[in-house]
Design a protein around this ligand. Structure first.
Ligand code: GLN
Length: 539
């Protein structure tokens, strides 16, 4: 079968959950046995979101091949289990860079380079994944960031218009809009949707499917109204009501026949509705999870999306043990020696978050110390692991001025130091140690017990590392370097085996946790938190 292309655009307002709809659709097609990928095209000019402040853009997600990407790729991977790559996250910046580099190279000699056709051709090439070898995909789902009508997304819309025309039935357009409920009038309003579709039609794109986001159930009469105003079949007007969990969305979409409607549009026999048993088993567990376990997230960004993958990894790990992990954000800037016991009171576990720069560092170190000296399960991720290492040096190895050379380049005890390969780097974008690297785990370690295997591969995003010069001192004093990169000899995992659960990882396990396969370290951590919660309850 020819590869089919599904384009997903959004209208009316942002934050409607286009990423979740794209991921859900990917899941549903995958459940029908199709080979699928999902890609995101973002209209901003940064080459990637790696240099963006999480307050602007939420978490930066990292693919196995080392691309810093939009957090929606995290949803795609968590829902479908597929590994996305650098080809799945494209920005206007990358498109322009390719075209401008080509122009400088002389590839267009004699020609005036223009948005149409040069930029739009490059967008089309990437939407079609023409350069990606050996994929043999049945479906490519392309989500376009931003909202219809944005000036910067116009070239993407033009590319979709052209592709629709070129591909005929092999392309389908899904448009996500919003149906607000006006309390004062007691009515649901379809006008914004009509306007949004008109805008899309004005760009030459007729949507095939409309997904209406709504807080209240939409009845058939309202769907019929939208269908007739927007030239869309009734069965192609689907609603996406607020649900208790994003993981309910695929099932809700399947119930309304979203995937079946798409197959019909394309001309593929619909066949039986897949049972998706393991997904339903997961949802059953999620629904029956009543017991709450409280976990502190010690970080500096008080924004839901800033630690998206960590939050989801904790939630997913809990569900398999039928507990609800209640995450409490604790701003590290506000943690002091005096208030730490109050700030972390009642917590069955502590996660010390990744990050960069000075802000909130002392609070993270105090939290690590509190967890270690009170034997509270503690998971340090990347910068979090580095803070565990510094805290241990200061308090146990008696190196009072121990630090990371990121925070204090002059420290005499740089227990965390800039990696050799980073020393001559001056460019900021895309130059960290990124993506998957191997790690060997020590026999008898808790990390190995969690994974059940000694050779693992995990994703990275950092410039600093554990300084091997101090390794022996740590080992002797009880912080064990139980995970090491076999090629570069970099310390990847530290743990204190005498404690209930005290593990720091230089890598980011949160990027590879999925709905059907929550990450073993998160599973093991949450189990330790459950035990801790039981102890707390007994006290
Ligand atoms: N700032 C630290 C480093 O670059 C940690 C990075 C992170 O937490 N992702 O090594």
């Amino acid at each position: 079968m020819n590869t089919k292309y599904i384009f997903i655009t959004g209208g009316v307002v942002s934050s409607l959950g286009k990423g979740i709809i794209s991921a859900s659709l990917g899941k549903l097609l995958q459940a029908r046995g199709f080979k699928v990928t999902i890609q995101k095209f973002d209209p901003y000019i940064n080459i990637d979101p790696g240099t963006l402040n999480p307050y602007e853009h939420g978490e930066c997600y990292v693919t196995a091949d080392g691309m810093e990407t939009d957090l929606d790729l995290g949803h795609y991977e968590r829902f479908t289990g597929i590994h996305t790559t650098r080809e799945n996250s494209i920005t206007t910046g990358r498109i322009y860079k390719t075209v401008i580099d080509r122009e400088r190279h002389g590839d267009y000699l004699g020609k005036t380079i223009q948005v149409v056709p040069h930029i739009t051709d490059e967008i089309k090439r990437r939407m079609l994944r023409s350069d990606v070898k050996g994929e043999d995909l049945d479906f490519v789902i392309t989500e376009v960031g931003g909202t219809i009508g944005d000036i910067e997304s116009a070239p993407f819309m033009e590319a979709i218009r052209q592709l629709r025309w070129q591909l005929g039935r092999d392309a389908v357009c899904v448009h996500l809009t919003y149906v607000p409920y006006l309390k004062a009038a007691g009515e649901l309003k379809t006008k914004p949707t009509q306007h949004s579709v008109k805008e899309l039609q004005g760009m030459g794109i007729q949507p095939d499917i409309l997904v209406l986001r709504t807080e209240k159930h939409l009845d058939d009469a309202l769907r019929m109204k939208v269908a007739s105003f927007c030239n869309v079949d009734l069965e192609c007007v689907v609603q996406s009501e607020d649900l208790p969990s994003i993981y309910e969305v695929p099932v809700n979409m399947q119930r309304q026949g979203l995937d079946a409607a798409i197959l019909r549009k394309i001309g593929i026999p619909v066949g039986e509705t897949p049972a998706m048993k393991s997904w339903h088993d997961f949802l059953d567990k999620q629904r029956s999870a009543k017991r709450e376990v409280h976990v502190a997230l010690v970080g500096k960004y008080d924004l839901q999306d800033a630690y998206k993958s960590i939050r989801e990894s904790l939630n997913l790990a809990g569900i398999y043990d039928e507990v609800k992990v209640k995450i409490h954000f604790v701003g590290s800037q506000g943690i002091t020696r005096e208030n730490v016991s109050e700030q972390l009171a009642g917590m069955a576990g502590i996660v010390i978050c990744p990050g960069f720069g000075q802000r909130g560092i002392p609070g993270k170190i105090i939290a690590a110390e509190y967890a270690r000296t009170h034997d509270i399960p503690c998971f340090g991720i990347c910068l979090g692991m580095q803070m565990m290492v510094i805290e241990f040096a200061r308090d146990v190895l008696n190196l009072e001025d121990a630090d990371s050379s990121e925070m204090n380049p002059e420290t005499p005890h740089n227990v965390i130091d800039l990696m050799e390969e980073q020393k001559n780097i001056t460019q900021m974008g895309g130059t960290m140690r990124l993506g998957e690297y191997p790690c060997e785990l020590r026999a008898g370690s808790r990390a190995l017990e969690a994974y059940g295997t000694s050779s693992v591969r995990e994703r990275h995003r950092h410039r600093y590392e554990f300084n091997n010069h101090y390794r022996e001192a740590y080992e002797k004093a009880g912080m064990k370097c139980v995970g090491v990169n076999p090629e570069a000899d970099l310390v990847e995992v530290v743990e204190i085996p005498t404690l209930r659960w005290y593990i720091g990882t230089q890598f980011h396990p949160e990027y590879s946790s999925t709905v059907l396969h929550p990450h073993p370290l998160f599973v093991s951590f949450v189990k330790a938190c459950i035990l801790q919660a039981s102890d707390l309850a007994r006290q």
